[in-house]
Design a protein around this ligand. Structure first.
Ligand code: NAD
Length: 339
């Protein structure tokens, strides 16, 4: 079987998860790593025994098939476009971009170049999320009547000061919404469907001296199918509590708590699945490896059965921008139709 030649751009926190997944894959090999900080690039190159670079443009013509973009948010847009125009497929860490305008340009480039552009929403590949998706697809408990997502995590001054790009709209694109709760928003939309409108608010309640982005956000999400969703996220808690998602169906209710799963047939617990320990941060979930392997198999088999397409990343950014707009106006905000 042909093995895809993969480059990783950005050798920070999350890059190790990507590098491990590439190296475990039978479908790919790690052929280059890039970081603008030479020491980080060199360290990664030595660890993974592959060439290292400090300018990502230098890997556009060394025979790679695809790149994983693991850099600060404001760079996703230009790096993805440059790489697609150089003929490479691209897997972008979340968020797709810092705003919908940039995300739309990325989608247009994917269409124009015919390259695959995937987004890392790895929590869709967690066991409990896959189980929920099956329940929804099989219509086992009837229609969804309501859905709720709650994230309460801990991000302090030290977290924001470790990297200069965090905490500012221009470079991070937002706060708790775009960096931490984006996976929760994605799961709410994956389970409940496309969003028609949002009414919500944001605030910076604890770190207002340190960051310009929000540390707290809440919203009602109005889905096109008539379902109403509730959403709350804050980085002001004392620890990273497991994310909670509740779904009320016609004939049962269901709760995800972190990587656990609880299904209640109106009061009686009928199924439970306990999560497994992971070697990375528990709140990153267990999905990166499956998502990456799925992306590779789609490329090799010339199909799109596993990839989480960039459109999904754009949809979540629309919801986030909708919450910002609604927070400013105090009004319900209707999302633009995607074409
Ligand atoms: N899916 C998840 O659960 C998850 C978890 C953590 C981070 N992430 C995402 O991964 C991305 C990276 O996050 P991180 O925590 O690893 O950040 P980080 O700051 O630790 O790492 C980013 C790296 O990019 C490098 N870099 C900056 N500019 C560059 C350039 N021009 N060329 C090459 N390298 C450059 C930096 O030197 C740094 O090493 C972000 O999009 C973040 O949201 C996703």
């Amino acid at each position: 079987m042909k093995r895809l030649k993969v480059g990783i751009i950005g050798c920070g926190n999350i890059s190790g998860v990507h590098a491990d997944a590439v190296r475990k894959s039978q479908r790919a090999e790690l052929a280059a790593v890039v970081d603008i900080v030479e020491e980080r690039a060199k360290r990664a190159g030595e660890k993974y025994q592959c060439p290292y670079f400090t300018d990502y443009r230098d890997i556009s013509n060394i025979g790679l098939d695809l790149v994983h973009i693991c850099t600060p948010h404001y760079l996703h847009h230009s790096m993805a476009i440059d790489m697609m125009e150089a003929g490479l497929d691209v897997l972008v860490e979340k968020p797709l971009a810092v705003n919908t305008a940039e995300a739309e340009k990325m989608l247009r480039t994917a269409e124009k170049t015919g390259r695959k552009l995937g987004i890392v929403y790895q929590n869709r590949f967690n066991e409990n999320a896959l189980a929920v998706r099956r329940i929804i697809d099989e219509k086992r408990y009837g229609r969804i009547l309501g859905i709720k997502g709650v994230l309460t995590w801990f991000r302090d001054k030290a977290y924001y000061q470790q990297d200069q790009w965090r905490g500012f709209y221009k470079t991070e694109g937002g706060g708790v919404l775009i960096s931490q709760a984006i996976h929760t928003l994605d799961l709410l939309c994956w389970f409940a469907g496309d969003v028609e409108a949002v009414k919500g608010s944001i605030d910076t309640r604890v770190l207002e001296e340190i960051i310009e982005v929000e540390d707290t956000a809440e919203a009602v999400i109005y889905f096109k199918n008539g379902v109403t969703g509730l959403f709350y996220a804050s980085n002001c808690f004392a620890s990273n509590s497991p994310v909670e998602i509740d779904i009320v169906f016609e004939k049962a209710s269901l709760k995800l708590i972190g990587d656990r799963f609880l299904l209640k047939d109106y009061g009686e617990e009928i199924y439970r699945q306990d999560g497994k320990k992971t070697e990375y941060k528990s709140y990153w979930g267990q999905g990166h490896e499956r998502l990456i392997e799925g992306f590779y198999s789609d490329i090799l088999e010339g199909r799109e059965g596993n990839i989480i397409r960039a459109e999904e990343g754009l949809k979540t950014l629309q919801v986030i921008e909708g919450i910002y707009s609604s927070s400013r106006s105090g009004e319900k905000y209707f999302l633009a139709e995607l074409h």
